[in-house]
Write a protein that binds this ligand. Structure first.
Ligand code: EPZ
Length: 433
């Protein structure tokens, strides 16, 4: 397995390019099952999750062609109706297969996803939504069995105890576009990635109104045709690099960062004293070298609130800002696996229920740390950029799920970051030895 070694304390400079959004690509790949015609998808990030979703589609019978590292063409002329456990358990986002499979094939069997380190990850809202479209839903032997033979449009409310559901909204959208009649989704997720999926579906001939709002209306159509679509940029990757500039007191430019998708994040970090320059609609410059930072309180919420996917990375920055910051997780209350690892680097953070209480200002020192999930990995690398000495981040396969060439992009900004084999790690530092 690989590790990432960071030698902290370096200033960064220059420009970094953001790739396509992982969390738009995964439902968009699933949407290719809705038509027998070719769908070309561009600006796709080169990530293990994306390659895995492509493998699943191929296993289901689609023809999957990779035209270049960031362009795929998927033709689902034939589609199986069973997504097996050995695939679904490895990536929760594969639950997005339910909607298109049952809409196109009128039946589907999809393994129930497991939980993961950030929380139990239930799909009750997905199943509630499908049943409101008169889809038969049974759970048997760890599989969801769907009967779509009598589906018709209906009224679906997708609000749960943590707000709406992103992939749940995607699933119901993809089911409804081929379901006869009108469907209304209330408390729909309005993340930019859901908007991107709607735009793809409309380009395939779907009839959808209320895109980007919490109330979406769909008029079912007989069939959808192929499309050629370019995915939006990844606001979470963009926020991660803006935080890299902040945590190293650097002046860097992030191309592909769309301020309109990041309002809550930019507002909160500006409240902390960060200076941003909105260069154009898709470029943000962070003036970490001009910023006098102060502690802030953060609450993660569904979009347009502060994104939970930038919570861990923000904790790394707040650990360095003198004073008391409180970070409260309203989406995944247990999403604090990064906290004990930041603690190993000297951060003073305690967990009080759904909140991390951060007594910031202590300098961080490099240490061997363990990645536990995608965003925690990024948080630990950001902390390593600011820490004195060497930080070794292990199990970075988590990182590869959502960040393309993270080490190379940081190194291009001047960071001392190297991706090495774990055999190159000092033996007394490795837990894998
Ligand atoms: C998507 O996950 C993202 N993944 C997550 O990104 C992101 O953190 C999350 O949305 C929230 O923004 C993809 O898009 C592939 P949810 P999703 O359904 O759709 C509860 C990353 O790091 N819930 O919006 O699975 C759920 O437990 C990943 O890139 C139910 O209770 O999230 C959570 O507390 C991590 N019942 C909340 O809602 C349901 O049926 C939000 O979940 C569904 C969800």
């Amino acid at each position: 397995m690989d590790v990432v070694r960071i030698r902290g304390g370096r200033r960064l400079a220059g420009t970094v390019e953001i790739g396509g959004a992982k969390n738009a690509c995964l439902p968009i790949f699933s949407a290719c099952l809705l038509t027998a015609e070719p769908v070309t998808i561009r600006n796709v990030p080169d990530l293990s999750d994306v390659r895995f979703m492509a493998d699943i589609l191929e296993r289901l019978g689609a023809t999957v062609e990779r035209l270049d590292p960031h362009t795929w063409r998927i033709t689902a002329a034939q589609v199986a109706t069973r997504a097996p456990y050995d695939l679904v358990r490895k990536m929760r986002a594969s639950v997005c297969l339910m909607g298109p499979m049952v809409a196109r094939m009128k039946r589907a069997e999809v393994s129930l996803p497991g939980g993961c380190v950030i929380g139990p990850r239930p799909i009750d809202l997905h199943l509630k939504g499908l049943s409101k479209l008169n889809c038969g839903v049974e759970i048997e032997a760890g599989y969801v069995k769907l009967d779509g033979s009598r589906m018709r449009g209906g009224e679906v409310f997708l609000g749960g105890r943590h707000g709406s559901t992103v992939t749940g909204t995607a699933n119901i959208l993809m089911a409804a576009v081929l379901t006869p009649g009108r469907t209304r989704i209330d408390s729909a997720a309005c993340e930019p990635e859901v908007v991107d999926l709607c735009r793809l579906l409309i380009s395939m001939g779907a009839k959808i109104e209320g895109v980007g709002s919490h109330a979406i209306h769909i008029e079912g159509v007989e069939a959808l045709h192929g499309a050629d679509y370019s995915v939006l940029h990844d606001r979470i990757e963009a926020g991660t690099y803006l935080l890299a500039g902040a945590i190293t007191h650097s002046d860097i430019t992030v191309k592909g960062a769309q301020a309109e998708h990041m309002a809550a994040f930019l507002d909160k970090l500006s409240e902390a004293g960060l200076v941003f320059e909105i260069v154009d609609a898709a470029t943000i410059r962070v003036r970490g070298d001009q910023s006098d930072l102060r502690p802030v309180d953060v609450i993660t919420l569904p979009h347009p609130g502060f994104p939970t996917d930038l919570q861990a990375q923000t904790c790394a920055l707040l650990a360095l800002i003198p004073g008391l910051s409180i970070v409260t997780e309203r989406v995944y209350p247990n999403r604090f696996m990064h906290v004990p690892e930041l603690g190993r680097m000297g951060a003073d953070i305690s967990i009080e229920g759904p909140s991390a209480v951060i007594k910031g200002g202590r300098p961080l020192s490099g240490a061997p740390v363990m990645a536990s999930d995608l965003r925690a990995s990024a948080a630990l690398i950001l902390a390593g950029l600011a820490a004195s000495g060497e930080t070794w981040v292990q199990r970075i396969y988590h990182l590869d799920r959502g960040y393309e060439k993270f080490d190379e992009k940081l190194a291009s900004l001047g960071a001392d970051v190297a991706r090495l084999s774990d055999t190159e790690m000092p033996k007394d530092l490795s837990v894998e030895a």
